[in-house]
Design a protein. Structure first.
Length: 120
């Protein structure tokens, strides 16, 4: 399983890229100046780190994702369940719902996901 660790700021920057992609690195400099108060060099350095981690690519100044936001967070979720619950999805769900009741809509959606994920 691919493991990509992101800090809080890197995650916010990644979300910004996913929301605007394809986006030019020049546009990212402008966006990060407004959102984070960053200078151009900071925007480029963090972008380079995100590219080195395998999330994005910067081809000719145009930044696109190598992993979609959904793919990335799916990998992170699987890694969390693997590490924290020895890969047991039922143990994760038990912990998640221990002090929380599910609405009928949530329960229906979870049943639907389970039915779609079952092996035939």
């Amino acid at each position: 399983m691919v493991e990509i660790q992101l800090g809080v700021i890197e995650a916010r920057y990644a979300d910004m890229i996913w929301a605007h992609e394809p986006v030019t690195s020049s546009e990212l400099v402008k966006l990060t100046a407004v959102e984070f108060g960053w200078k151009r060099t900071t925007a480029h350095n963090v972008l380079r780190r995100l590219c080195d981690k395998g999330l994005f690519q910067n081809n000719g100044g145009t930044v696109t994702s190598l992993l979609s936001r959904q793919e990335f967070y799916s990998l992170q979720s699987r890694k969390f369940v693997e590490d924290a619950f020895d890969g047991s999805l039922p143990a994760f769900i038990a912990a998640f719902t221990k002090n929380k009741t599910l609405s009928p809509e949530e329960a229906t959606e979870i049943r639907r996901m389970i039915d779609n994920a079952k092996e035939d």
